[in-house]
Structure formats: structure tokens, C-alpha cells
Design a binder for this molecule. Structure first.
Ligand code: MRU
Length: 355
């Protein structure tokens, strides 16, 4: 949003655009320190996405859109009327920052469509307007998703969420946490159980921070604690976000989501995925085609500064998994709700586009 910059970021002001500068709350530091990073070129935006300064699929897309605007300004300064060729290296750098969240590629493609319509004059104002629109539209979409998702929850219940799909992971308000916020406002949420989400601890650091900021009752639990919670008390829904939804309704999300979906099915608990349509990728037929990011094993071998595993220990660190569509009760988007998703229902939601 084009606005003034508060000194301390809040969940709903985690990405701000002000006088040609992108301000991002540094999510690596939260909740201990709430600080903005000031980004003035596309390379810095790409580095921030890769380093998890900004994370969460829609927020990555929003940041990348602003990154394209900065790239356009620099390309025009360097090459004048030849800016369209000069911008390509920055677009490639942004696209290479992380592989799984399709919102990144969706946002770059949307900016590319605008670039194709522009002439040789300075593209910066038009690119900024488009990035601001992507940001505002995502925030608005999340309000709709919140209302539609909350309407699916019949009675006051406890909810499990995994990772962080909140305001800071999006353009604002959140997807899964947007549903939880709207449901809480409607008196439908008893307590939220937030999985801590090893190894980056998005649940412990970010989801707990966001929900506590809003006064929504939240209990943190180890990722492995979900099964016993489901067996022992009245959890009505698991609600998560997504990084990419395939054309058949398979859902890529933070590692551990698939296990939660199996547990939910076993215990008769409903499983909701809340995501904007910019997360739906009709070009991948099923979840098997979704590229799953593998990060540095050191993220798992250590906790903060402390090494946990013995020297020489081998670790694998896939940071997303794929939940098959048959385990999903509802995909909630700003265009509507898809119950028990199938290829045909996803195609109908997207208006047949791309298939
Ligand atoms: O690795 P991250 O923190 O970028 O992963 C984020 C998630 O998996 C979220 O659940 C997903 O992007 C939805 S965010 C609205």
C-alpha cells in the first residue's frame, strides 16, 4: 500500500510501498523484533524472498510485483527506450528466488502482460500501479475468503492450523487465518491450535504472534501433537493455506500438511484449504508435477544457533508436501468454494480457462 511507514510493523502492515521503496517486515526476526527492511532494487527483493524475509505464497507474489516495478525503474535508467530487454535479467532473478509458491510466477506473469502493453517511455508509474493493484486485490480476496470459509463452519469449534497463512503471509488479513479471523468474529472459534511448524517455526513465531495480536485464543503445539488432540477433544476443522493447487485439486502446502489431512480423515475432522485463485495452477495436472523446494539440511540439523544432531548426521529438508484432493473437504477462494475438489470443479471455478 502507498502510505506512510509506521516505525514498527504490525501483522497487517508487513509489506508497504512508500515513495519508491518497498518496506518488508523482516519475518526472520519476529516475534522478538519487529523491524522493516528497506528494499530499493529487484535484486534485494529476490534475495529477501530466497532468505525468507518475506514468505507465504501470496506475500511472495506481492513482493515480486513490487520487485518488477523496481526492475522497470532501473532498466529505464540504464537503457532508456530499450528497457524491455534490460529488465529481463531482474525478472529471471525474481523467478528463481523460490520454486513452489506459484503466486510468485503468477505475479511476474501479470506484470509481464502489462510490460507487453507498454511503449518505450518510463514504465515505472504503470508498473507501480499494477503492483499496488495486485497487493490491494489480494487483501480484498482474503476478506471474501474469510467470509466464505467462516460460513462453512457450522458451530463453535476448535481449529488446527499449520504453518502461517496469516496477514503477513499475504497481502493482508490472511487466507487460513483470514477464515479464522472471520469465524472468530462470528463466535465460531473456541481455540486455535497452531502447529509449531519445524524447522522455520512459522506457527510458533508468526501464527501465535498474529493471533495473540488479535486476541484470538491460541495454543501452540508440537507438530506431532495433532493426532492426540484430534483423538481427545472437539476439533471441528483443520484450516490451512496453500502454495500451489494443481488442476485436479491436489494441494501443496508446508511440510506436514499431508499428514494432518490423513489424521483429519481418520478422525472425521473436516479439512479446509483457503487460498486465492492466484494459487491455482492449471498448468500442473496433479500434485506430482508441483516442484517441491528442498532447503539446506542445516535448517533441520540445528535450532537457531544450537546444533542438535550429531556431526555427520544426514538430513532431508523438503519444505512442502502434497495433499491429495480426495483428502480435502473444501477449497475456499475469492471466486467461491469448491467442496470435495475434482478436476471438473476446479475447471468450473476458473471458468474453463487454460484447459
Ligand atoms: O516456506 P513458507 O513459510 O513460505 O511456507 C508458507 C506456507 O506453506 C503457507 O502455508 C502457504 O504459503 C500459505 S500462505 C497464505
Amino acid at each position: 500500500m502507498e502510505t506512510t511507514i509506521p516505525t514498527v510493523p504490525t501483522p497487517d502492515d508487513a509489506a508497504l510501498w512508500h515513495e519508491g521503496v518497498l518496506y518488508l517486515a523482516d519475518q526472520r526476526l519476529l516475534p522478538d523484533r519487529a523491524e522493516f527492511l528497506r528494499l530499493t532494487d529487484a535484486g534485494a527483493v529476490a534475495d529477501s524472498i530466497r532468505a525468507m524475509v518475506v514468505r507465504g505464497a501470496p506475500a511472495i507474489g506481492v513482493a515480486a510485483a513490487y520487485g518488477v516495478a523496481l526492475a522497470g525503474r532501473d532498466a529505464y535508467a540504464a537503457a532508456g527506450g530499450g528497457w524491455k530487454a534490460a529488465i529481463e535479467s531482474d525478472l529471471a532473478r525474481l523467478a528463481a528466488s523460490r520454486p513452489t509458491a506459484v503466486n510468485l510466477f503468477w505475479a511476474i506473469d501479470r506484470m509481464r502482460r502489462l510490460i507487453a502493453r507498454l511503449d518505450e517511455r518510463d514504465p515505472f508509474p504503470a508498473l507501480v500501479d499494477e503492483a499496488l493493484a495486485i497487493h490491494a486485490e489480494d487483501r480484498a480476496a482474503n476478506r471474501v475468503i474469510g467470509d466464505l470459509g467462516a460460513a462453512l463452519i457450522e458451530a463453535r469449534t476448535d481449529i488446527i492450523t499449520h504453518c502461517n497463512a496469516g496477514a503477513i503471509a499475504t497481502g493482508g488479513y490472511g487466507t487460513a487465518l483470514g477464515v479464522i479471523r472471520s469465524a472468530y468474529a462470528a463466535g465460531k472459534v473456541g481455540r486455535v491450535f497452531a502447529d509449531e511448524t519445524r524447522p522455520w517455526m512459522q506457527g510458533a513465531r508468526l501464527t501465535a504472534w498474529e493471533l495473540m495480536h488479535d486476541g484470538i485464543p491460541v495454543t501452540l503445539q508440537a507438530d506431532g501433537a495433532a493426532a492426540s488432540l484430534m483423538a481427545g477433544r472437539s476439533v471441528g476443522w483443520v484450516i490451512v493455506g496453500s502454495d500451489r493447487i494443481a488442476a485436479n485439486g491436489d494441494v501443496a502446502n508446508k511440510i506436514g500438511t499431508y499428514g494432518l489431512a490423513i489424521l483429519a480423515k481418520h478422525h472425521g475432522i473436516k479439512f479446509m484449504v483457503a487460498a486465492p485463485t492466484s494459487t491455482i495452477d492449471l498448468e500442473v495436472a496433479s500434485g506430482r508435477e508441483i516442484p517441491i523446494e528442498e532447503r539446506d539440511p542445516d535448517e533441520l540439523l540445528s535450532c537457531g544457533e544450537r546444533r542438535l544432531a550429531p556431526a555427520g548426521c544426514v538430513a532431508r529438508n523438503p519444505v512442502f508436501d502434497v495433499t491429495p484432493a480426495e483428502l480435502v473437504d473444501a477449497i475456499v477462494t475469492e471466486r467461491g468454494v469448491v467442496l470435495r475438489p475434482t478436476k471438473e470443479k476446479i475447471r468450473a471455478l476458473m471458468g474453463g480457462w487454460g484447459l
